[in-house]
Ligand binder design. Structure first.
Ligand SMILES: C[S@@+](CC[C@H](N)C(=O)[O-])C[C@H]1O[C@@H](n2cnc3c(N)ncnc32)[C@H](O)[C@@H]1O
Length: 255
């Protein structure tokens, strides 16, 4: 029996420019691509001749269930195909990449995992916010805001202060996120940011404090919440966000 191959790939936050070289190569070579809702489907056009299928769902929507995705990957690979499973950010950061890897391993399907730029780090960076900064934050905690009771359990294990907290899947749950942080000792004045639709043309950045997070106008696009003093660094670094050598008029070789 022919056994195919599955490449589980992190697509980064949005723009295909942030795919790794290896990811781009595998996508170009693939027979079939199954992509998530938060990956840039338009970005696949012209970059692969594979058949591309959406298997994603946005929060609160019905979509293809996880078990069905496992079956699709296994069934397609068993037809001898090179399958790409394309996920937003990094497959192993709240991406269910491990579940899919375990399902493939159990089915005896060879696979690889290609890391991507997680939005936990990439979205703040694109907004001019470093997640660590010497003398300001010497650690990073990445949490999901999806389940408040779990969030609280994780936060209760760390001392507020020289640490940055990045919350994924937390935009719609901001009241719970703020309540959990405050309950665990975070000051209401803590600098806080929201970066939505990072690496897309719709990217927006809000900055404020923990006590103004709930009232921040940030729409319904996917976003990350950044809590900690590193948000203040954006005042300097953020001024340069989005610029390139070309946009500031620097040409190769200099003048
Ligand atoms: C299911 S998690 C996937 C995380 C992904 N594996 C990663 O490493 O970034 C979905 C969450 O990622 C974040 N996200 C995804 N795309 C984003 C983007 N372009 N800008 C900001 N946040 C994004 C949001 O917090 C969203 O709720």
């Amino acid at each position: 029996m022919t056994v195919g191959f599955v490449s589980i790939i992190g697509a980064g936050p949005g723009d295909p420019d942030l795919w790794t070289v290896r990811a781009a190569r595998r996508i170009a070579e693939a027979d079939v691509v199954f992509y998530d809702a938060l990956t840039d489907a338009a970005g696949l056009v012209g970059r692969t001749s594979a058949r591309c299928f959406s298997v994603g769902k946005r929060a609160g929507e019905r979509g293809v269930c996880q078990q069905t995705i496992h079956e699709l990957l296994i069934r397609t690979a068993r037809r001898g195909k090179h399958v790409v499973r394309l996920k937003s950010g990094d497959p192993f950061v709240f991406g269910r990449g491990a579940e899919e890897s375990i399902a493939l391993a159990a089915a005896g399907i060879p696979f690889e995992v290609i890391p991507g730029v997680s939005t936990a780090i990439g979205a703040p960076a694109l907004a001019g916010i470093p997640v660590t900064h010497r003398g300001v934050a010497s650690g990073l905690l990445v949490v999901s805001g999806h389940r408040p009771e779990i969030l609280r359990g994780v936060l209760s294990g760390v001392r507020p202060g020289r640490l940055t907290v990045v919350v994924l899947m937390g935009i719609a749950r901001r009241p719970d996120v703020v309540a959990s942080l405050v309950e665990c000792g975070w000051a209401l004045e803590t600098p806080t940011a929201i970066v939505t639709a990072a690496a897309t043309t719709a990217q927006e950045v809000w900055t404020g404090r923990l006590d103004t997070l709930i009232s921040a106008e940030c729409g319904l696009l996917p976003g990350v919440i950044v809590v900690g003093d590193v948000v203040g660094v954006r005042e300097i670094v953020g001024r340069f966000a989005g610029q390139t050598a070309a946009t500031v008029g620097v040409r190769r070789g200099g003048s």
